[in-house]
Design a protein around this ligand. Sequence first.
Ligand SMILES: [Zn+2]
Length: 434
Amino acid sequence: MQYSDDAVHLGRGELETLQVELLREALCRARKAPAYAEALAGISPDEINSTADVRKLPLTTKEQLRAGMPEGFLAIPKHDVVRMHYSSGTTGLATAVYHTRDDLHRWAVCAARGMLAAGVTADDVFQNMMGYGLFTGGLGFHYASELIGCMTIPASSGNTERQIHLMQTFGSSVLHVIPSYALRVLHICAEQGIDPRRDLNVRVIFVGGEPHSEQLRSRIEEGFGARVYNCYGLSEMCGPGVAMECSEQDGLHVCEDHYLLEVLDPETLEPVEPGQPGEMVLTTLRREAMPLIRYRTRDITHVLPQACPCGSMHWRISRLEGRTDDMLVVRGVNVYPIQIERALLDIDEVGSNYLLTLDRPESLDCLTVAVELTQQAFTDEMRVLTSLQRRIQRRLHSELDISVEVELHEPGGLPVSEGKAVRVVDNRSQENKS
Ligand SMILES: [Zn+2]
């Protein structure tokens, strides 16, 4: 029998009643964690009578998770933990997240919900190209795919030639991949004379793990002849599957029967109006091993207030507009790397990889944007290249309001990573020290 999930059909009222009930239970569970015992002691579950009452509870930050390492946020006897994950720690020390068997099942249910919404069925062959291991990218979707009944290929990340070989041999129809790595696969296909639209069977691709622009999604869709769906997650919640796009490909439905969503002004910590951007704050409603109350994700998003044509009443968040941590301050101007990506990928001659380098040679910030060109563009004569370089420079200047240096590289000329792409190298702090 085809796997299905009824929670997507909950009405708004039913959903909020359920959330209040679950929030009270979450509060009782969270109190058992040493790190929360004191902070939550004075608040009774009876004080939670609406979802807005979540604001009576304290916020939790990444710094607090770090301070509570290794077991401060563990709310159950260790005997009942069946797995731990360790966050990537891109902005500091990594933190551990614990799961019971039921926690892992609920994670699979959340990820499977997004897969079903994109039309995945038991007839699909699912090639999971996310890293398996401490990183949560791989395992969440792995169990979701098995729950649905797909033939699951645990390819993990890397070894691009073998990935393509697996797709060809087993007719992989659904992929899960980091977006910059999907472009890498297209690049290797082109080198090997493989046309993914003709020679591969891929029809659905789930991407996540790094912020990327709508332009980058279009390039992956065109390259594979497939539909690309955004997924959002973070290891502190479970991993990928917290919010996923439906068939409309317009905003990501949050699994609101598992996570209570708030969007707050990161300065005042007050809720923003629906539709306004702010920091996403999430509370785990059902997690047993490590309940988190009002966790500040540092991810910037906004709620799409309109009802979704797909019929799901779970709120949609916009695709990620960057993390508060991603913002670069260049000569006093706020710059998000994704703004640069959007501008670059609007230019046809620009290939699939770019790198931003920040230096401070004479106490003035200097931003260099190195771009790979397409094979065709790179063979143009010098005069054409120089004018292209100036065109890219002007386009970035009008987008960012600061002048930048532009370097052109041949396809494959910039370093590639098989995990999350390294898009920014900031040398400024070292130069300050010297
Ligand atoms: Zn929808």
